[in-house]
Design a protein around this ligand. Structure first.
Ligand code: GAP
Length: 453
């Protein structure tokens, strides 16, 4: 449910900035675009990769009790019967017989009751043309192999989680992990969303970062649920998302997904009319998925607790966060427009955490003469071995700073007349605007110390 926020709506500004500066483009734009599918440009792919690296580090590399996985997108079709997605992953939809548009049955723009003469289509305005609600599955279907028949139907996965469940014993036995332990993966998921929109907030192709944590059902599993709730909220704060823009939302029984025993969303305040919306779900999935895969595959998926000489199907606590949605939260959270003392022109800034910024440093010669460009290019090339840097010698220095502020570059290194004499440069901080003079040989360490999470 949308909650009006006290934060301004910056979505239109961000859509334009993302296109202009190469963060995000509409998919197949030259053909008029594909509905709710987006391409990440040179800066976007860096920011998204940095975000995924932060998650992977926190959830896999920094922990001894979580293993990584990269399962295939295409899976055996029985997986989706077992998981409940074939029968349960549906939205009730209505069609307009006149304009052929489709709407969710609960679309607030529909006046009257769909299927009756008084119902009015929100798109073409005709009365009595809306069908009764019909269940519409959100999974994309395709065919595997040369024959397009019902036997060869496969689905594009609507969540990455099932790849983890079906590999539970492969991972546990190959790594000799003991319950409690987790499996994590990052990957694409696909949903034929009926009301997509708000830029990359709800799309038909997106990336999830999911972790399933397997716990003994006879242990204090709710304590693990609480642990992961807190841990995941702390992670979002560590990205620099403002604490007052983050909150938990508990699902009441009517909101719970078919697999969930308990669920909390972590919501971020996107501002404007969108307000607080889910960016991550923390779910208690009990033994639903493993039990169903055991039943449908006929293979035992129990864990053997050797010291206790006990076999059981573990409970699962899941953390599931969207990479694209968190990306959007970072842009919304970081975007600001401000005046600069002593300057007429204001500036737009993306206040991204240095670890996430797509470019770590801009390197500029103050002017294009007296050996400054050669010095600056040499320095940029040295820094490039360790960081993403951008060399720029064109235009006024103020403009070059502004261009970096707008894409979130935390540091600008300027080579001036003094540099060629004493091998020092100035480093400008994006947020404080303070400039510090340091030896050119110290720049790499200066940046390294500050880009760490
Ligand atoms: N395995 C559990 C699961 O998939 P979910 O709440 O449906 O749970 C988890 O999705 C996260 O995936 C969401 O919090 C959101 O960040 C992201 N997500 C889901 N659908 C999305 C969509 N259509 N577009 C972008 N992100 C989406």
């Amino acid at each position: 449910m949308a909650v009006t926020s006290t934060y301004p709506d910056v979505m239109d500004k961000l859509v334009s900035l993302c296109k202009r500066r190469g963060f995000i483009f509409q998919s197949s734009e030259v053909y008029g675009g594909t509905g709710s599918v987006w391409d990440y440009g040179p800066l976007g792919v860096e920011l998204k990769k940095n975000l995924k690296d932060r998650w992977w580090h926190a959830m896999v590399r920094a922990r001894s009790d979580i293993e990584g996985l990269d399962a295939a997108i295409l899976m055996h079709p029985r997986v989706w019967e077992a998981s409940g997605h074939v029968s349960g992953f549906v939205d009730p939809l209505v069609d307009c017989r006149n304009c052929k548009k489709r709407f969710r049955a609960d679309d607030p723009r529909i006046k009257g009751t769909p299927g009756t003469a008084d119902a009015q289509c929100p798109a073409c305005g005709m009365k009595g043309t809306l069908s009764e609600p019909r269940q519409f599955n959100l999974m994309f279907k395709t065919f595997m192999g040369p024959v397009e028949d019902t036997a060869s139907v496969v689905y594009l996965r609507p969540e990455t989680a099932q790849g983890i469940f079906v590999n539970f014993l492969n991972v546990q036995q190959s790594t000799r992990q003991k319950v409690p332990f987790g499996i994590a993966q990052i990957g694409k998921a696909f949903r034929n969303e009926i009301t997509p929109g708000n830029f990359i907030f709800r799309t038909r192709e997106f990336e999830q970062m999911e972790m399933q944590f397997f716990v003994d059902p006879e242990s204090d599993h709710m304590a693990w649920f609480e642990f992961w709730k807190g841990h995941r909220m702390d992670w979002h704060r560590s990205l620099g998302l403002a604490p007052d823009r983050l909150q938990f939302h508990q699902h009441d029984p009517s909101e719970l997904a078919h697999y969930a025993r308990a669920a909390f969303d972590i919501q971020f305040d996107f501002g404007g009319g969108l307000g607080f919306q889910e960016i991550e779900g923390v779910h208690h999935r009990s033994d639903f998925d493993l039990s169903r895969h055991q039943e449908f595959s006929g293979k035992r998926l129990e864990y053997f607790d050797q010291p206790a000489n006990r076999r059981y199907i573990p409970f699962v606590i899941e953390t599931s966060v969207g990479a694209d949605r968190t990306f959007l939260a970072l842009l919304v959270n970081g975007y600001r427009e401000e005046t600069v003392p002593g300057e007429e022109e204001g500036r737009a800034v993306l206040g991204l955490h240095p670890s996430l910024a797509p470019i770590k440093a801009g390197v500029f010669p103050l002017v294009k003469k007296d050996g400054m460009p050669e010095f600056a290019e040499r320095l940029a090339n040295e820094l490039r071995a360790s960081f993403t840097v951008f060399y720029d010698e064109s235009g006024a220095i103020g403009r070059r700073y502004r261009r970096q502020d707008e894409i979130g570059t935390p540091f600008c290194v300027t080579v001036d007349g003094q540099s060629t004499a004493d091998n020092t440069v100035t480093v400008r901080d994006r947020d404080t605007l303070l400039q510090e003079r340091i030896p050119a040989s110290a720049v790499a360490n200066f940046i390294r110390e500050r880009v760490h999470p």
